[in-house]
Ligand binder design. Structure first.
Ligand SMILES: Cc1ncc(COP(=O)(O)OP(=O)(O)O)c(N)n1
Ligand code: 3NM
Ligand code: MG
Length: 213
């Protein structure tokens, strides 16, 4: 049976660098209860054994909530687990080669930073979404380049794939990124550092359900 491609809209929760897998799963489940639409497994501090263990633990949780699990950086891990997609940045491998190895239902996302040229070439390589950032100043990645919110509308008008806003997204500024044309908002700090992850995820989610488009 062929599997449909997930819709890319809403809160895109990106995991924190946690080595305690049980805590990670509890936090992720709270975000899923709150309505996270996509989950990215990203752990920049874990070795490959821990990454395999954590992604393997998150996959059944995501399946239970019918939320796609996207693996950051690691196409091989995505393929080994039959996860729902992979996110690649500029130094994480060739997008066209990744597209060729992924099944049609698996998502491919690409970081485009502040560069429309990268978005154009990512689109040519067959990505499902492009990500622009940092949209705001990011505590997680303070060195990230700043990306203008005008990129979202320009990308949309150029017929490029759906775009994700990342970098410093909070409950205070997320509506600006959505109004600018972002289909999804990728969040680390403002979600996982909040006192009530489920409630915070729900508030992000509601930013999408309370508007027409
Ligand atoms: C949705 C999304 N957008 C951008 C990134 C950043 O990717 P990259 O530039 O490869 O940096 P790292 O996340 O690998 O540090 C992302 N992960 N997700
Ligand atoms: C992983 C990442 N990539 C970025 C980019 O600009 O490409 S900004 C970023 C960090 C996002 O974390 P927070 O929501 O805590 O700012
Ligand atoms: Mg990367």
């Amino acid at each position: 049976m062929s599997r449909a491609k997930p819709v890319l809209r809403g809160l895109y929760a990106v995991t924190p660098d946690l080595d305690d897998t049980a805590s990670l799963c509890r936090m992720v489940e709270a975000s899923l209860r709150g309505g996270a639409a996509l989950l990215q497994y990203r752990n920049k501090l874990a070795d490959s054994r821990l990454r395999i263990a954590q992604a393997s633990a998150l996959l059944p949780l995501c399946r239970q909530y019918k939320v796609p699990l996207i693996i950051n950086d690691d196409l091989k891990l995505c393929l080994a687990l039959d996860a729902d997609g992979v996110h690649l940045g500029a130094s994480d491998g060739d997008l066209q080669a990744a597209r060729a190895r992924l099944a049609p239902h698996q998502l491919l996302g690409a970081s485009c930073y502040d560069q429309l040229e990268l978005a154009n070439s990512a689109a040519g390589a067959g990505v499902d979404y492009i990500a622009f950032g940092a949209c705001f100043s990011s505590g997680t990645k303070p060195q990230a380049v700043q990306a203008s919110l005008t990129l979202f509308q320009t990308a949309r008008q150029a017929g490029l794939p759906d775009s994700v806003a990342i970098g410093g997204i909070s409950l205070e500024n997320a509506a600006q990124a959505i109004a600018a044309g972002a289909s999804a908002i990728a969040v680390i700090g403002a979600l996982w550092n909040s006192a009530d992850i489920e409630h915070t995820a729900r508030q992000f989610h509601q930013l999408f359900t309370h508007r027409a488009s």
